[in-house]
Design a protein around this ligand. Sequence first.
Ligand code: ZN
Length: 269
Amino acid sequence: MTRAGDMTTGDRYEVLAVRYGTRQASAREVFLNYHSYGEPDRPLGMDYFFWVIRGPGGDIVVDAGFSAAGGQARNRTALLSTADALGAAGVTPALAPPVIVTHAHYDHIGGLPALGASEVIMTEAEYAFWTSPMARRAQFAQSAEDDEISHLGGLRAAGRLTLAAGSFPVAPGVELLEVGGHTPGQAIVLVRTAAGQVVLASDAVHYYEELERDRPFSLVADLPAMYAAFDQIRELEQDPGTVVVAGHDPAVLDRFPGRAGSDLVVRVA
Ligand SMILES: [Zn+2]
């Protein structure tokens, strides 16, 4: 792994968070066993993002948002379709930017058809789980759409799905890191930029409060792995210049005030 200050390709990456959806939630819905903290419930906004890593070699897209059907089925508010959100972020799907999928929940893979020419990279553990019978049990199935999991199968059959394990280099200075916890093969993405490392935590950290108060999220496949991912991300934060981008926290908009063209496109680095 390169270090901050090395003049590598990775130092020239720009990282964008694209806020394409939103909903009103509450602490009781968001945190696992919230009653155990002895605090009253409180409203919490939940935002939906995907991310774009822009470098000299082109764009890398991280996740693809929910589909119209997947969002509507759960009463989520779409601010932009995946196609429009990609356009707002300056991504050209026809150029087939590689797509890293952090996990296979509906709000991360539903928009993949809008990136129909792209290669997709995800963890083998995630793919294996969602194509197994266990994924059909209600507590898992509520977060996935059958046709969207089938889409991954179609990519695999077409030789356009790369399955990774552990740590996987996607491009110089861009690394997929499998952490598990939220889902069996949940991944985070590390990006080396001029200012330091960007940790795209996706749903390993939905809200900064999970990291700061050690509070697991309500949907969890493996609780010890979720806590261990918090530890791993805190360890990464020890490196000066490191910034963590939470997966669903409206605070991302405040922590990173820069915008790229649209109010919905947040410049992270
Ligand atoms: Zn999510």
